[in-house]
Design a protein around this ligand. Structure first.
Ligand code: ADP
Length: 262
């Protein structure tokens, strides 16, 4: 077993106090290896967002421990890249300046920004070029389509080369074609940069397309009920999603979710 980059050990999380308590996550064990892409799916309310908050240190477990890169998480983890459903680009900054943001706020870059500005800008431009936005660096987010904004959003999450990327339904708001395009882009970026990734999604095709392993959580309290390795060769193609092998895996995961839904 390769070294775990993210390691949740016997983690439980309770919301509320006294007789208002809700056990959201119950003794969850989950390991994500270095460079591994893991997708987490499950019925709504199973604790996917809670899991993201535990890994990034926004919530502290009531029992068990969370480790990232071998270190116990006991506060917000700053070096993680994040991409959310609604692109969170700042409307008053150009696309390039949005992508530069991690260099301004994440250590050690923020201390080196003056000295390394040209180098950082070069990296941001290369990243934009990689996703086909090379000519849009000086446009403002509101001048871009939804899909382009989300591409820039992923660039921003990746530009400082974090070793861990958290995707929370990043493509949920996009149309089906744009979404498929961004799956391919994400796969390409992952194959190139080999960060560890946790993707939370409702979209089972997205999970199977992108992930090395798909984890199914039960409805509350969330526990792992299926840990499915996806052995389909990479790079995976959108056309390949219509193959029987792909469809069978999606169906297997879907059945499991239906089974564990209340
Ligand atoms: P998911 O992202 O899978 O939809 P969440 O992680 O948001 O699920 O929530 C897990 C469970 O915890 C849900 O059943 C939800 O109702 C409950 N929950 C989430 N946040 C709170 C909160 N602040 N107070 C009480 N219960 C909460």
């Amino acid at each position: 077993m390769p070294e775990a980059y993210v390691d949740l050990r016997n983690v439980s999380l309770v919301y509320g106090e006294g007789d208002q308590q809700t056990l959201a996550i119950d003794r969850l064990d989950l390991q994500v290896a270095k460079g591994e892409f893991v997708a987490v799916v499950g019925p709504s309310g199973c604790g996917k967002s809670t899991l993201m908050k535990l890994v990034t240190g926004l919530l502290e477990p009531d029992a068990g421990s969370v480790f990232v890169d071998g270190k116990l998480v006991d506060g917000p983890v700053k070096h993680v890249g994040m991409a959310f459903q609604n692109s969170t680009l700042m409307p008053w900054r150009t696309t390039l300046d949005n992508v530069m943001l991690p260099f301004e706020i994440v250590a050690p870059h923020k201390h080196q920004l003056r000295a390394k500005k040209a180098d950082y800008e070069d990296r941001a431009r290369r990243m934009l070029k990689e996703v086909g936005l090379g000519d849009f660096a000086h446009k403002f987010p509101w001048e871009l389509s939804g899909g382009m904004q989300q591409r820039a959003n992923v660039c921003r999450a990746l530009v400082h080369e974090p070793k861990l990327l958290m995707f929370d339904e990043p493509f949920g708001a996009l149309d089906a074609f744009t979404r498929e395009e961004l799956w391919s882009m994400t796969q390409r970026l992952w194959m190139e940069h080999r960060f560890s990734a946790i993707l939370v999604t409702h979209d089972l095709r997205e999970a199977v397309f992108l992930a090395d392993r798909v984890i199914v959580l039960s409805s509350r309290p969330g526990r792992v009920v299926l840990d499915r390795r996806i052995d389909i060769e990479r790079p995976r193609s959108v056309a390949g999603m219509y193959d029987a092998v792909f469809g069978d895996i999606v169906q297997e995961i879907r059945s499991k979710i239906v089974e564990v839904r209340e």
